[in-house]
Write a protein that binds this ligand. Structure first.
Ligand code: AP5
Ligand code: MG
Length: 210
């Protein structure tokens, strides 16, 4: 169903990126991931990338103003609907988003801290197309190239255990309050990220009425 305006909330490693890629492909929506946009700025060594890098490496949030300046112009192609992955992440960002666009649904993907650490220490990402893999189920030992585009796979700088723990703490402190924020607006739906990837997808599509 085209036209849906959706936010994916959830702790680091909950599966937001994995599911966003599948949902946008299935429903023809725009995928806006602030994490991916920031990593691109860092790789290109832009002024924003230089400012954001330190925060990202420590697992802290990049300041709201930088994020809002970066995301505002990205809604141009969003008439067909969108999935926001990793944005908003603070109440200030959520309030600013209300001035940019209405939403149809917010899907919170929940995952325990233990499982987050397990999944992120074994995640690999394609440098070329951004495809997301995990050593425990869709990569064989020693496999280092992407099945989709042949690009090199790498481990994100912030997927080190101490940084993962900090990212989870930051999520609980700064982002988890958005669950109540969106529940109050009757937009919130929760999905267990502990389920298999196919089941999580089916649950999200059911929520979106697709
Ligand atoms: P960002 O890139 O958004 O990172 P994150 O929120 O920490 O989330 P991740 O991308 O790590 O996890 P994910 O939920 O996408 O999981 P994935 O699908 O990859 O942000 C990075 C940094 O940028 C932040 O720390 C901050 O500094 C900055 N930033 C970004 N946005 C910001 C904002 N709005 N404001 C301020 N700062 C911002 O899956 C993880 C692994 O699990 C993979 O290996 C995958 O294969 C596997 N997996 C997925 N689903 C399943 C399943 N169902 N079962 C088993 N394994 C699964
Ligand atoms: Mg992600």
């Amino acid at each position: 169903m085209a036209g849906k305006r959706v936010v994916f909330l959830g702790p680091p490693g909950a599966g937001k990126g994995t599911q966003a890629k599948r949902v946008v492909e299935k429903l023809g929506l725009l995928h806006l991931s602030t994490g991916d946009l920031l990593r691109d700025e860092v790789a290109r060594k832009t002024p924003l990338g230089e400012k954001a890098k330190g925060y990202m490496d420590r697992g802290e949030l990049v300041p709201d103003k930088l994020i809002l300046d970066m995301i505002r112009g990205r809604f141009a192609g969003a008439g067909k609907g969108f999935v926001l992955d990793g944005f908003p992440r603070t109440v200030a960002q959520a309030e600013a988003l209300e001035g940019i666009t209405p939403l149809d649904a917010v899907v919170s993907i929940d995952l325990s801290r233990e499982e987050v650490v397990r999944r992120l220490t074994s995640r690999r990402v394609c440098l070329g197309c951004g495809a997301i893999y995990n050593l425990t189920f869709n990569l064989s030992a020693g496999e280092s190239t992407c099945k989709a585009c042949g690009g090199n796979l790498y481990q994100r700088d912030d997927d080190r255990p101490a940084v993962i723990e900090n990212r989870y703490d930051v999520y609980e402190k700064s982002t988890a309050p958005l669950v109540a924020f969106y529940r109050k607006r009757n937009l919130l739906h929760s999905v267990s990220g502990e389920l298999g990837s196919e089941q999580v997808l089916a649950e999200i599509l059911r929520i979106l009425g697709a």
